[in-house]
Design a protein around this ligand. Sequence first.
Ligand code: SF4
Length: 543
Amino acid sequence: MEIGGRRVRKSKKIVAESSYPCMLQLYSCPPTGIVSLMEFDEVATERLKILRTVERVNLSGQTRNLEEWMAKLYDDFAKNKYFIHTADKISSNKRDEVEAARRRDHVSHFILRLVYCRTEELRRWFVMLETDLFRARFLHCCKNGGDIKSFMVENNLHFTPISEEEMHDERENLINGTYNISSGDAMEGRSFYKVPFTEALELVSKRKVLLKGGWAYVPDTDLVTLVTSVFRASLSQSMAITGRALPQLRDDERLVQLLEDFDKRYTGNDYSVKKGPDAPQITPDMIDQLAVKSFPPCMRQLNDTLRTTHHLKHGGRLTYGLFLKAAGLSLPDAIHFWRSHFLKNMDIDKFEKQYAYHIRFNYGKEGKRVDWSPYSCIKIITGNVGPGDAHGCPFKHSDPGVLRQRLISYKVSQQAIGEIMDLVSKNHYQIACQRYWEATHNATIDAGINHPNQFLEESLKHLHGPQQPNQGKKPTQVKGNRSVMYSSQSSTQSTQSAESTQSNQASADDNNPSSSVAVDSDMGDNELSLELMLQLIDADEKS
Ligand code: SF4
């Protein structure tokens, strides 16, 4: 099978631009044509959301088998109207829409290759999630009668079933050596593929298949494993190639701007403060009760510290102040709230001179007069926390012993504490927080947790229904999805908030006249030629 080779790519170039007969792609040919900067940013963001959805579902532990896992993913894709949902329609009378969605799939995959080829850690994350996405799509295609055969032929995936004769000769060995076949009856109607064992390492390592003379005998039910292994191997190789050729892009400022820190982009809801009669509203006297019932542990910890010491350091005041603002605490109430605590330690003059300014600053009434957004989980988790600070994510920044004690004091069950501590030990902080939410609300939360204000919002919705008094409209969405996850992929992430999402979006809309990638004289400054994908690989081949 030849993937990413020059000959295959050139012969498929036109096809890749104009036609996508199958929902599945091995992405062996880069896309061609022209894409606007806006679309470039848009499709890449959507794919990032899709991959984060896959990661969240993988880590949620809510699915028991591949079938359930695939169904849950497709539910999410449909709910959020991701292009995958349209691209993976087997039969549709809106052929143009399906083709357009498949092109978005194609283009977005290659854009994220540019983003994620920069470091080993990023590459690993991308290859893992893309492979899982491919696995789900392959299963979906098989289940819904998609044309797997054409896909296999087109991509030179020639897995030929063994002959009846060989099947007969190896019958006993196959029964003994195949993990889900325990009797002759289970062999009825089955076929086996004989492949070099190196192409079925995943199955071999789990002792799931018969191994003989360097060949692995793979049952048809495990075809997905074979094809997925090919996908993973070719993508890993392509990522290494793209990484080596990437420096060529540095001259194009537009691309540098678009790709920079893209992997850290926040893709959740915008929890900036809302205005108008339907905006959420809380008052200082509600805070202590809300903190116990509905605040996430990070904010409950800040509230506890404020109640006991009547003081918070700068980072804590900023994090908690912005959270309360987005939760619906007005500026006069915020001044009243902070003053009621701080005056237990200082006189009014000191408070007015040193602290009131910063409260007004948070609300955009001082300094740059920006209506600052509250911090997302990623920003809190990846932020710096020093000695004596009360801010930060308890799942990330607290000592395990302290965290355990705190969960006990919050009356979390022993079983849930065990699960949470296990997730924390694997660095899955947001999933641990999701488990905490579920344990304290006795319900499940499919969307995961990606923002402290989302934690609060989901809690209030659960406790009081969508139309609780004083808690008005849902926050507006940035782009419809709620999935954004800190993970091993983001362990080196710096901070990112909703306002930076907006500025990223704005920068994508800007026209930057300094283009060095443009190869088409009819192309505008706000458009990119996807030929650059070909250029990258051509350069690598030449070198
Ligand atoms: Fe707060 Fe997010 Fe950590 Fe939960 S995961 S405690 S909401 S920062």
